[in-house]
Design a protein around this ligand. Structure first.
Ligand code: G
Ligand code: G
Ligand code: MN
Length: 551
């Protein structure tokens, strides 16, 4: 059991000693001789105090001044103070209460009463650190406790963070109602409390995610596999639910939140959640790992240092083998981490709203380059730009695109934007106007990653597109699963009926290309023809196409 921490602030050593004797069985005690020392200790952050016992009359900084400082720093919200002064006039006390004190102990101290009132004050504030539904720590409480615990450990590397993700929790909620969902969450917490794993701290970190700090030697993967399947008996219903678990071993650097992030990230590396419902964060994942905060804090510098590069992947016409267009794909070439994959930083940028800056950069860059090549008498093709759904909520971004579109368009479709199926789903009705305005000026819209989301066909009723891009996952399955050929064929026929052209993404083999040709797929984009190329290589690719008459 880890003890809660209390700070005793009094210039009288005897007084401090007296209170320490009363409290130290139940609490972890730290002492300060005056207000200034107290503030220094709290500010240092080595402790998570649940309560301060504060004398009023002290040298250097009095209790009143200290209370005022606590308030100035906003600590009074989460850090209760009990006055322990000998100066117990009504006036002194009322001044202290005005400054936010929670309670007052008169001398001589009655040990029983002191202990009871300390416990009461602490537990009355505990809600700030607890999840009310389960009684587990909440995110704030867990991070504070775990950070504090590890700071004091001699060997942090004996510990690990486990991140538990409840599967099909949405289904549980909709089948059993919120109360049933709540029951699952409570049962999960109780299960963890009594598990042989003996977590040091358990938290419901967010929604249906539980995070524990555990000792590495207590992790038993055979048990983990067995216990990842659970049954809830509730109100006469019996319901199955499952967990996936990400594990991150703690090393000597960084903050607990980074270990939690890594444990969570390792969930993405679980291949078969039935056979092996857990993953342990490893060096391989570490190479890919950049926490979201790092991405956004580095973003502006990286932009300024031109670490972001636009690559171009050719799109070929199936019937003729000629180049038809290209897609602009962003690449981050980081001075320390090297090549960073977009799926690692784009979601972080979307969260923080930076994605529009990046997309605008790509949009401008591509146009600049194509303009230059034209002026130099080189051949070019239309290049499509990927937009994020976030872009449609950034007025600057939209205005910029709308303002420039008209002057850039030479022939219909010479300017193109790709929007993923799931982005369309996130767009509100009124944002559809932007798309309409773009099309009316002659820009083409491409529906990206078609078939990878949940909303495929409905999208086609609500918006007009010029080209549909069949998600790579279909082409991947083409040679393995005969049904996929029919699905692709059907999508292509449907698109043609609706007046759309079709691009198949991710073709890598000749067989795939031949099948797609048989199915009358208009265009193909994939490694079979070319990987995404840096600017200079793309220029050469175009030159070669021209030489061979493939443009
Ligand atoms: O190579 P690839 O790993 O580039 O792309 C991964 C994902 O990142 C794809 O879904 C692609 O659409 C997206 N992406 C690539 N470049 C950009 C870009 O400039 N802007 C946005 N919003 N997404 C991009
Ligand atoms: O925006 P979108 O999700 O469509 O981005 C296309 C993605 O597909 C990019 O990440 C690009 O690098 C990738 N890609 C394109 N062709 C191939 C291919 O043939 N094989 C594989 N594995 N990836 C491809
Ligand atoms: Mn795309």
């Amino acid at each position: 059991m880890v003890k809660n921490q209390i700070l005793i602030v009094d210039d009288s050593e005897i007084n401090r000693e007296m209170l320490r004797l009363i409290l130290e069985d139940e609490y972890d005690i730290v002492e300060a001789g005056n207000g200034k020392e107290a503030i220094e200790i709290i500010e240092k952050g080595d402790h998570v105090f649940r309560l301060v016992l504060l004398d009023l009359v002290m040298p250097v900084m009095s209790g009143y001044e200290a209370l005022q400082e606590f308030k100035n720093r906003g600590w009074h919200h989460n850090l209760p103070v009990i006055i322990i002064s000998g100066d117990s006039t009504d006036e002194a006390l009322s001044k202290a209460y005005d400054l936010g004190a929670a309670d007052f102990f008169a001398k001589p101290y009655n040990p029983q009463i002191v202990l009871r009132r300390v416990t009461n004050v602490i537990s009355s504030r505990e809600y700030a650190y607890r999840d009310l539904l389960t009684g587990a720590y909440n995110r704030l409480g867990f991070l504070q406790m775990a950070n504090n615990f590890l700071q004091k450990c001699e060997d942090r590397t004996k510990f690990a963070i486990m991140f538990f993700d409840l599967k099909n929790f949405k289904a549980i909620n909709s089948l059993l109602g919120t109360e049933g969902g709540d029951a699952v969450l409570r049962q999960t917490f109780n299960g963890m409390v009594h598990a042989e794993l003996e977590p040091i701290f358990i938290s419901r970190f967010e929604a249906d995610h539980f995070v524990c700090l555990v000792e590495k030697r207590k992790i038993d993967v055979a048990k983990l596999i067995q216990e990842s399947n659970q049954t809830l008996e509730w109100n006469g219903h019996s319901m199955q639910f499952r967990f996936r678990t990400g594990i991150c071993h703690i090393d000597n650097d960084s903050d607990v939140i980074n270990f939690v992030d890594r444990a969570k990230l390792s969930l993405n590396y679980i291949d078969d959640e039935y056979l092996k419902p857990y993953a342990i964060f490893d060096d391989n994942m570490a190479q890919n790992y950049i926490n979201a905060a790092a991405v956004t804090s580095e973003f502006e510098t990286s932009m300024a240092n031109e670490e972001f590069k636009v690559y171009y992947q050719p799109v070929m016409e199936t019937a003729t083998g000629k180049i038809a267009s290209a897609e602009a794909l962003i690449r981050w070439i980081h001075p320390e981490r090297g090549f960073v994959r977009p799926d690692l930083f784009i979601p972080a940028l979307e969260k923080d709203g930076f994605i529009s800056k990046l997309d605008l950069f790509v949009d401008k860059k591509v146009n600049q380059v194509m303009q230059l090549w034209k002026e130099q008498g080189l051949v070019t093709v239309p290049v499509s730009i990927n937009l994020s759904w976030m872009d449609f909520y950034d007025q600057d971004m939209i205005q910029n695109i709308l303002d420039n579109v008209a002057q850039r368009i030479t022939t219909p479709g010479s300017v193109r934007y790709e929007i993923t199926e799931s982005s369309f789903a996130a767009l509100k009705e009124n944002r559809g106007d932007v798309l309409k305005a773009l099309r009316e000026q002659g820009a083409w819209l491409l529906m990206d990653d078609f078939g990878s989301g949940y909303s495929s066909l409905g999208m086609l009723m609500n918006y007009k597109f010029d080209i549909l891009k069949i998600d790579m996952s279909f082409v991947r399955q083409l040679e393995k699963n005969p049904d996929v050929k029919h699905i692709i064929k059907m999508i292509i026929d449907m698109c043609h009926l609706l007046g759309m052209k079709v691009v198949a993404e991710g073709a890598e083999t000749e067989t795939q290309v031949n099948i797609l040709r048989e199915d009358a797929c208009d265009y193909i984009q994939g490694y079979y023809f070319s990987k995404p190329l840096p600017e200079e290589e793309f220029k050469q690719f175009l030159a070669k196409c021209k030489e061979e008459g493939k443009i």
